[in-house]
Ligand binder design. Sequence first.
Ligand code: SF4
Length: 287
Amino acid sequence: MSAHPHVPMRALDTLWFQVAGTLCNIECTHCFISSSPSNRSHSMLSLAEVESRLAEARELGVREYYFTGGEPFMNREMIPILAATLKQGPATVLTNGMLLTPRICEQLRELIDRSEYSLDLRVSLDGFDRETHDAIRGAGSWDKAIGGMRNLANAGINPVVTVTETAGGIRSEEGRTRFLELIRAWGFSRPRLKVLPLFRIGAEEKRSGGYEKWERLTLDHFDEAKAETLQCSSCRMVTSKGVYVCPILIEEPEARMGDTIAETLRPFPLRFGACHTCWVEGVTCRT
Ligand code: SF4
């Protein structure tokens, strides 16, 4: 065994899809996979590819599905992909909100109304206002994201707003209260907020510096019970290049665990800086 502890595969509950590959309509300075309008490291997934993975997942007893990118709504088949997914389980889409037009929100509403399973939207914001958010996500991104939020509100869809710690003070009680008030002001009487730490890889490595050598898990730190709470003990990520351990390490060749989902259901060595963040912060990318 290496000096790095291994996370066990407890049960495959959650399957992620890198549905837009690494293509995004914006280029955030903190993106841990450096998504951008020109990053084709991972390609978009087609409806046929997602359907074939859903069939595999059904056999393996997967309970819920998450979609991310890049920006999922750049994928022209996103609505049919969600329709197919909602036939077999609940789905969540992680989006920057900028492409949530009234028409897309109407289609999402129709999916919610006719599905037995839940469909959740997660909209990412990175500041309390236009200035701080646009500094991370680019000029005009705040106005478009808030426009998308209003379209969701008009369709009666209450998203989870995710905010990274680039929004200064968001981790304090006062910061959370302030953000919840903002969400209420956009038309959501029952605001939902998730705060995420930053992973210092991809674009974020250039912005704030990467991990120090000591920021790695060792067997001395490890405890099996805690390892079973890490998301990689119960999830896998489907991309155009195969199946990866988790939604965070898709640019690490060693994190590609196989071609089929079934062959990836084995322990994984937690030897990356990002694993240290998961361990210390208790992060899960699930809602
Ligand atoms: S980055 Fe986090 S989720 Fe991914 S393998 Fe490491 S500990 Fe698990």
